[in-house]
Ligand binder design. Structure first.
Ligand code: ZN
Length: 199
């Protein structure tokens, strides 16, 4: 959401809502700025970090841990909710938010409302690969700028320019040229190609 970890020169004035400051050995600060107070900083032994109550319920981390072969299908096959809901469930895979869910589904050619249990092993594998690709690409490009997201140096991310379907309703699908559509489920927008994403 809207909190940030920023690495800035120590002389830089503290931004409003700076809650924690770590003074780094190189003279810069690592600052935790969190206007909406959704974030949390706690201190715990590294060995037990994954068991911390804030992390214990999270699903697999696709970048740090990688999604194991077959994992997503195991988690999907009894779920009646759609593929998009599966992606957004942080107990299954951690770190895919609303923007990247649209990108992942488009890349995997899967309609957002396709029931998770109908993905099949191949569909689930396609989703796993797409999660990896979309998140790595986004990180390489500094994250997505939506309202107030900024990178560690305070610069806006550039990935918004590289989004393939999110926010692009009415423009041609990059794969088949059908116009990208937007729909809203539970107050959240989904962008998809009605032709090349299978329901
Ligand atoms: Zn298409």
């Amino acid at each position: 959401m809207s909190g940030n970890l920023l690495i800035v020169p120590r002389r830089q004035p503290w931004a409003p809502h700076t809650h924690v400051v770590f003074e780094l050995d190189d003279g810069r600060d690592l600052r935790f700025v969190d206007p909406r107070r959704f974030g949390l900083i706690d201190i715990c032994p590294r060995a037990g970090a994954r068991a911390h109550p804030a992390l214990a319920g999270l699903g697999v981390d696709p970048i740090a841990e990688g999604i194991p072969d077959g994992y997503l299908w195991t988690r999907a096959q009894r779920r009646t909710a759609g593929a998009k809901a599966l992606l957004l469930d942080q107990h299954v895979v951690a770190g895919v938010g609303n923007i990247y869910a649209s990108e992942v589904l488009w890349l995997a050619r899967i309609g957002p409302g396709r029931p998770a249990r109908r993905l099949g092993p191949d569909g689930a594998r396609a989703l796993s690969l797409a999660i990896d690709e979309v998140l790595r690409f986004a990180i390489d490009n500094g994250g997505t700028t939506l309202r107030d997201f900024v990178g560690a140096g305070g610069e806006p991310g550039e990935n918004g320019e590289y989004l393939l379907v999110y926010g692009r309703d009415g423009t041609p699908c990059p794969r088949c040229r059908t116009k990208v559509r937007r729909r809203v489920d539970q107050g959240r927008a989904t962008y998809f190609c009605p032709t090349c994403q299978k329901r």
